[in-house]
Structure formats: structure tokens, C-alpha cells
Design a binder for this molecule. Sequence first.
Ligand code: ZN
Length: 550
Amino acid sequence: MKFVRIATLVTALTLPFAAFAQNGESTAATESSSPRLVVAISIDQLSADLFAQHRQNFSGGFARLLEGAVFPSGYQAHSATETCPGHSTILTGSHPARTGIIANRWFDMSVERDDVRVYCSEDSSVEGSSSSDYTVSTGNLLVPTLGDLMQRVDEASRVVSVAGKDRSAVMLGGAQADHVFWPGDAGFTTFEGRETPEALTRINEAAMQAAVSNRVPLPVPQQCTAYNRAIPVGEEATVGTHVFSRGPTTSGRDILTSPEGDLLTLVLAANLVSELELGQQDTTDLLAIGLASTDYIGHAYGTEGVEMCVQLMALDAMLGDFFARLDARNINYVVMLTADHGGLDLPERQVEQAAPRAARLLPGFETLDARLAAETGLEAPILRADGPFGDFYVDRSVPEDRRAEVIDRAIAMISAHPQVYRVYGRSEILAQPITTAPPEHWTVLDRVRANFNAERSGDFIVVLQPRVTPIPEAIPGAYVATHGSVWDYDRRVPILFWWPGAEHVEQPLGVMTVDILPTLASLIDLDISDVTIDGRCLDVMPGVGESNCP
Ligand SMILES: [Zn+2]
């Protein structure tokens, strides 16, 4: 067994994006027509807009995937364009209405604890668990993943999920996954009591080493220089020119908010392929990879500065190195790459760059409970919500016979906010069937409906106007921009399929991330005809009469 050695990793960090160690341990090619390894990659916050903006500059892993089947206008079709719902659609074929993952956090008035907020990948039945300090679990996901379905047919299929966030790893891996890894307090971790491969220990040692070594600023590639422009945010700070120049740090957050977070995730994934010999048996294995740094960087610095450009060029190079590692092992693999949601740049830069309507959220939401209390005589908390949009719930302290009145008053109050697009009530949403129309033609109510689960969703859903950033006060370097809206900049993501010998085809019309599961299933001859899903198989074999779809 060989691993990327610590020294090599540190070299890769200081001379960023140099090739991973090519250790020459190539194995005999598996003689099989159908792929022996599915590599499913989700890049957190990689919008279709960002991908379109940078695709002509890619020469590494992205460039390779662009030679296969390209869907530049994929859709996370639903309304809550957040990490957990997005990841729940990618390998299940289903919208959040069916996966049950309606948001990163929702409210469950029936939980036996004071904290009625539930985190999407927590086990809320564990004593002492809360939405911020929890035991990671797959229990909230209501449908099987690709990995679960592969193992239903052949128990020998190995399913491995590695991601830069616990919720991404869990939603891609599913209930039956053999290995699920995410960053914990002390490096990558997994479920309690699970065996840990040597690769995990090695990567955590390497991460510690990287954290105390002296590092130089990452170079700005020539194609990123035009993005290198300081944009004032608040009184003193700016974003747009940060180049991930750091001294020694022990902050895991610093590492994740830089290309190095994705590097660690990819090195771990590559070393797991070697150690577990993925793709080397007579059946098909699954490796799911969630790369989170693009999202951390988007939130910290926005999407249109030098930071994001450097990140995407780095990712392109790192993915190229990662695929080269798979090639060296002669694995017959198929790659799918997409994103959990898109994103929106910070309003301060949008205004400077020809989008004058952009704005941060105006006051009003923070006084809702006080105003409702004054009108109704009830005591706060009256409403529960995880932010100024999405699912709103009436708190369980409100008497049953006052609920309808509270909902009516709340909807009227919220609708009067100048940045609210519309508020949708529960019965209006549920009266609507889930549409089968092409995703670029969905109404806003269609988007809300595909996200709505009768058991878990709110009493009403708040939709903000387009180009409103729901962060009233930016924190430069941590939280200046976000996603989560019903609007297309947050819904549209690229979807790419590639395998050795794949013929290039590009389809600019809208397809959906729920189409990924049936498409991958068809490419590995997995029969899922008895599973109810929302997606359809995409014919990624462009020849006349040729089709991968059943
Ligand atoms: Zn995300």
C-alpha cells in the first residue's frame, strides 16, 4: 500500500496543484464492458454561471469532463437551494419533497427536547443532541441512494463517501455506505465504532503537518488577474484580492476556506481508492466525493473576485491529478460531476459590476415576533424559522385555536416587507402537483412544491425578491454572500458525465440533478425500474439508435 506522503502533500500545498505522487502501482486492467467504479463528485456552490465563466480556461480535470456529455444548464429544480437538500437529490433521483431533506435545518415541534430545530444529518433521538451539537446520522434521508441500490443487487459493491461537510458525505453515501468521512474537530472522522482505514490516519497527520508548516501565498494565474480588484465591504474591509496567503494556522476553517480543503479531500479519496482497491472487483463500487471549499470561499469572499478564480483553477488542476491517479490504476470508471446549488455574488460588487438592483436584506424580520406578540397578546417565541426566508413554523407554545389567526397575521406582516416576493401557504402548495415540466419553465410555486414535504415543511414559505442577499451585515473573510433562494442563479448547476472513450455531446436545454441517478444506473446496468423517483434517464450516447437508457 502506498500513500501520498506528507512531504509530497506539503509540496503540493506550497507549490500548489503539482501532481499527486504518481506511485506507479498500476494494476491489470479489469476486462469488463461496464464500469467498475462510479465516481460521483459534487462541488459545493459551483453554479452554472461560474462554470460558464471559467470553462474556456480549464485544462485539467474539468477539461477532461468537458469532452464527455455536458449539460451546462442542470437544475437543482427545487426552492431551498442549500447544501443538504441539494446533496439529497444528486444520487437519489428525487426532489426534496420525496427525500425529506427540505433544508439544512428545519423545525420539528414533536421532538422531546427544548431545541425544536433539527439539523438534516443529525440523529435527534440521541440524548443531548441539538441542531448545533449532534451525532451524525443518515436517518433523516427517506429514500435510497445509488449506493444503497447497488448494494441491494450485490452486497459486494463497496460504497465510500468522502466530503468536506458531514451533511454532504451523508446525503451522497446513504444508509448502507461502507465508509463515510467528513471533517470533525480533529481532522476527518466517521461514525462512532466504524473501522477506520489507514488512509484516514495518514490524511489527518498530513493536515496537521500542513497546518504548522510555513506556506507561501498561492500564485494568481494569469487568467485570474482581471478578477483581482478590491471591493469595500463595510467600514474597513475589502474582498476580491485575497490570495490564500497564510502563515501557520491551526484553524480547520482556514484550511477548508482555501483550495487546500479540497486537496485534502481529494488526496483522502485517492488514497482510499488504493487502500480499499475500489474498482478492482467483479462488481461496481461507488466513490462519492463532496468538495466544499468552493462554497466556503463563495461565502467568505463572494463569487467574482480573485479568490474564486484561483479556487476554480486549483480545482481544475487537482481534479486532473486525481483522474490521473485513477488512470494509473487502470480502473474502468465513470465520472459524474455536478453541484448541490449555485450562488450569488455579494451585492457590493454586483452594484459595481452592472447589477444595480442588488441589495442586502432590509430590517423587519427581526421584529416579527415582537409585533405579533403586541397584536395577539401571545408570548414569544411565536414563529420559528432558520432565516428570513424559506420555511416558517408556528411555535408549539401557540394554542391550537390561535394558530390560523397567527399564520394570517404573520403572512400579512411579512408580505408587507419591501423585499418579499411572495409568501406561500401550506394548502396552496399542497394543492399543486409536482410538475414534470422542463425545469427552466417551472413557476416559483412549482419550485416550492418540489421542496415541500407534508411531514417536515413549514406552515408557510417565504420567498424573497431576486438579488436580495439575506445577510444584513457582511463579515468579510467569513460570510459576505450566499445562496438558498428559488432564483436561477442558485438553481442552475453544471452536470457532466465522462468515461474513457465517451463521445462528446452537449445539451444546452435544462435537465435536473434528479436525472443523475437513473442515468448512472443505466451506465452500470443497474435495474432501478421498481424504485419511484422524480428523474429520468438522460441519453448520453449521442449516436442514432444508440442509448444507454432502458
Ligand atoms: Zn452547499
